[in-house]
Design a protein around this ligand. Structure first.
Ligand code: LLP
Length: 418
């Protein structure tokens, strides 16, 4: 069975058919352990790809989780990638993703990153400002190339999400605002070093319904239609990602394949069915299929509070500290119920706090932090001299690959050399 569930008899935590209590056997040094269900990831990707149908592809936002095992699995079912750095681009290529299925986003790409994108001949560099378009033009001219660009517009759509992950409103640093669209078109069409191939947008993350996504997509279509009459025919529209997932907070967003189906319907309704459709989901493909297993170090009880202190901290999983995000934390070997505890990590910061969770009268020996497949490991750091965690990749109920923690000694040596 894909994803997280509880063993029907023992109630022990299971991910993708693998009993999570066994993760410790696969670890070479201490620390918390991420586990990912590759089959669950593949199943969701297949559903999204199926809903998009012909003339479309998924550009997986690999910032959510850039593990090679995940990229290779997604590439094997036909996914492409949305990359935001030269290193992500090279990683995607080496993981087997073809250049025609790669788009590059990011507000401040370096010259070296633009040059790499040009030399790899990726599907499009998504341009986020007129200033950047001029820079791409100059780099392409110097290299004697024609740069494929897509204009990432700022659709001025606000979403009901955490301020840090809302990107499509006027005051955000992302995308090109409406006033600048004519100048961008003029430069893109006039230059013989640029080829305008697409129009894109991304309104932000953790969308809980279709409204903002479809409003933004409609603006993309409006512009694509207007530009198709001026410019060389566009190849694609890209509606971005942002599909929310169920973090157990009571709000259950629609599944990602329904976002994809609505996107396709909208494109047809707008009379643009001949254009290729790109979508950029990140979180929804991987988030529910990752779990972080941590040992309980100790409890601490005062007259004011009851804490459970675990060996995973904000350096391993920063979402609660950074966005006030809620993740379910449950005993590894039994269902969550009974007494609630404040779960905190070992890092010397008050924000190293994962919130209150029902762990029972006595703290368990180990806990599982749920739905951490996206923006978990990729945001991890070594703060407080804490080495990056181990990652295990599961398929058919077995560990099929792992990335071991570099361990404390590697960190000590590197800092000594600094
Ligand atoms: N496309 C672009 C241009 C993006 O900037 C992003 C995410 C995505 C696609 C994918 O969005 P998704 O489908 O994963 O929501 N660290 C935050 C989320 C940051 C999202 C950044 N951009 C978090 O942990 O909630």
């Amino acid at each position: 069975m894909n994803g997280f569930h509880r063993h029907p008899e023992t109630q022990a935590a299971v991910l993708g058919g693998f009993p999570l209590s066994e993760v410790f056997r696969y670890q070479e040094s201490g620390g918390p352990i991420y586990a990912y269900d590759l089959d669950g990831i593949e199943a969701v990707a297949r559903a999204v790809i199926g809903a998009l149908g012909e003339r479309a592809f998924v550009a997986y936002a690999m910032k959510a989780n850039s593990a090679g095992s995940i990229l290779r699995r997604l590439a094997s079912v036909g996914a492409g990638a949305d990359v935001v750095s030269g290193a992500e681009l090279t990683l995607a290529r080496r993981a087997g993703i073809g250049p025609r299925k790669i788009v590059m986003s990011g507000v401040a790409k370096s010259d070296a990153e633009i040059d790499l994108a040009l030399s790899e001949d990726i599907r499009a560099i998504q341009v986020e400002s007129i200033e950047e378009l001029s820079r791409i033009e100059a780099r392409a001219r110097a290299a004697g190339k024609r740069g494929n660009v897509s204009v990432r517009i700022n659709p001025n759509v606000s979403i009901d999400s955490h301020a840090h992950i809302a990107t499509g409103h006027d005051a955000a640093k992302f995308g090109i605002v409406r006033d600048a669209w004519p100048a961008v078109l003029e430069l893109a069409v006039r230059s013989s070093s640029l080829c305008l191939v697409g129009v894109s947008a991304h309104v932000g993350s953790m969308l809980r319904n279709f409204d903002a996504y479809l409003a933004s997509a409609a603006t993309v279509c409006e512009l694509a239609r207007a530009w198709a009459s001026h410019a060389a025919p566009l190849e694609f529209v890209d509606f971005g990602g942002g599909y929310g997932i169920d973090y157990g907070t009571g709000e259950v967003p629609p599944p990602p394949h329904e976002f994809a189906a609505r996107a396709k319907d909208l494109l047809r309704a707008q009379g643009l069915g001949s254009l290729e459709l790109i979508v950029e989901p990140g979180r929804s493909l991987v988030g529910p299929f990752g779990a972080l297993v941590a040992r309980v170090i100790q409890s601490k009880v005062t007259h004011a509070r009851r804490w459970v202190m675990i060996n995973a901290g904000m350096n391993d999983m920063i979402r609660p500290a950074l966005y006030g995000a809620q993740h379910r934390i449950e005993p590894l070997e039994r269902s969550p119920e009974g007494q609630s505890w404040q779960v905190v990590g070992p890092v010397c910061e008050s924000s190293d706090d994962f919130g209150r969770h029902d762990l029972g009268a006595e703290p368990p020996e180990a806990v599982v932090v749920r739905d951490v497949g996206a923006y978990g490991f990729t945001l991890a750091s070594e703060y407080n001299g804490r080495p990056l965690p181990t990652e295990l990749f599961l398929s058919a109920g077995r560990v099929v690959s792992s990335s071991q923690s570099p361990g404390a000694e590697a960190w000590i040596e590197r800092r000594l050399r600094a």
